[in-house]
Design a protein around this ligand. Structure first.
Ligand SMILES: NC(=O)c1ccc[n+]([C@@H]2O[C@H](COP(=O)([O-])OP(=O)(O)OC[C@H]3O[C@@H](n4cnc5c(N)ncnc54)[C@H](O)[C@@H]3O)[C@@H](O)[C@H]2O)c1
Length: 323
């Protein structure tokens, strides 16, 4: 298939592009480089530098490259920023998404895979979370992702655009060429590794009194290559006629605590990583772990790199090579 990857210059977009290329799909990346990097675009992918809000540019990309399907990963993804500037999140994640859907309708492109998030569940009471659990986002980031997921359902029914939304838990790790390089880094593993490299004096642990075995928050880290493979499976299922759906994308199991991530990084890097204790942050749930049963049953997806050690090790290899 010829696939347009919006956000193809971003962290996950560049790895999804690598996986699509390996599966013999032709890729065109569409990205405004606001948080992405030109050199992250996976060769031989062509990059169209453009903004989602520019309907003419999006439609022209779809028509010029005779695109069959879209993987929509472009978006804003900082929870804190979404609270202080919700307008920016509605503009990019909702309006930008709708511009893309209108352009797809105009150009006759019927298939889409969407980067959604565990933030659509908010502070879920039940763990692991499954797709039938309540959708109660607690910030504009999760709310805007959920709004777009809902639009996808209605567009599917009315206009025949079939889509799969993948609700990522915590994407982590790296491939040989692509890794996490966000201009504003908020994710634990890159921050811990920056501390190991001496780029930060200490890693701040927010809250050590949660009802978890070591008192720190538990999250579900998925290797970015496993996550990327799910996009290939989703696209191929859509091409074979799969209906509109949303799936959790986590490695499941018990998840990993903040302490476990720091300890793994100490072992792997062999470096001291100082920790600074801070109070809990508002809105941080104690535990966010996916049930990935539905995607396993529907698409046959299972993580190939489930070990936290391997995830941290791949991220370390990536940051050390760039340091
Ligand atoms: N990283 C995670 O753990 C995680 C978890 C859940 C969901 N997600 C979602 O996955 C997607 C990719 O995340 P990432 O971590 O790779 O982030 P990223 O910032 O590296 O990638 C996003 C890309 O979108 C581009 N972009 C942003 N606004 C755009 C616009 N208006 N027009 C064109 N391009 C635009 C950016 O330049 C960037 O290359 C996002 O939609 C994010 O919400 C990520």
């Amino acid at each position: 298939m010829r696939v347009l990857v919006t956000g193809g210059a971003g962290y996950i977009g560049s790895v999804v592009s690598e996986e699509l290329i390996a599966a013999n799909h032709e890729i065109v990346a569409f990205d405004n480089l606001s948080t992405g990097h030109r050199d992250a675009v996976a060769p031989p992918t062509r990059l169209i530098e453009g903004d989602l809000l520019d309907a003419a540019a999006v439609e022209s990309a779809l028509r010029t490259h005779r695109i069959d399907a879209v993987v929509h990963m472009a978006g804003r993804a900082l929870v804190g920023e979404s609270v202080t500037d919700p307008a920016a999140y509605y503009r990019t994640n909702v309006t930008g998404g709708l511009v893309l859907l209108e352009s797809m309708r105009a150009a006759g492109v019927p298939l889409l895979v969407f980067s959604s998030t565990a933030a659509v569940y908010g502070d879920a009471e039940k763990q692991p979370i499954d797709e039938t659990d309540p959708l109660l986002p607690t910030n504009p980031y999760g709310e805007t992702k959920l709004s777009f997921e809902r639009a996808l359902r209605w567009y599917g029914g009315a206009y025949g655009i079939r889509s799969i939304a993948l609700r990522y838990f915590n994407a982590a790790g790296a491939t040989q060429r692509s890794g996490e390089r966000h201009p504003v880094e908020t994710h634990l593993i890159p921050l811990v590794l920056q501390t190991a490299l001496g780029q930060r004096s200490a890693i701040t642990v927010f809250g050590e009194d949660y009802p978890t075995p070591d008192g720190t928050c538990i999250r579900d880290y998925v290797h970015v290559s496993d996550l990327a493979r799910a996009h290939v499976l989703a696209l191929e299922a859509l091409a074979a006629g799969a209906p509109v759906a949303s799936y959790n994308l986590g490695r499941g199991g018990a998840g990993s605590s903040v302490r476990e991530v720091i300890d793994a990084a100490r072992r792997i890097t062999g470096r001291a990583i100082d920790v600074k204790s801070a109070p809990r942050r508002a809105g941080d749930p104690a535990r966010l772990v996916a049930s990935a049963d539905r995607i396993r049953a529907a698409l046959g997806w299972t993580p190939q790199r489930p070990a936290l050690e391997e995830i941290v090790e791949s991220a370390w290899r990536y940051v050390r090579n760039r340091a």
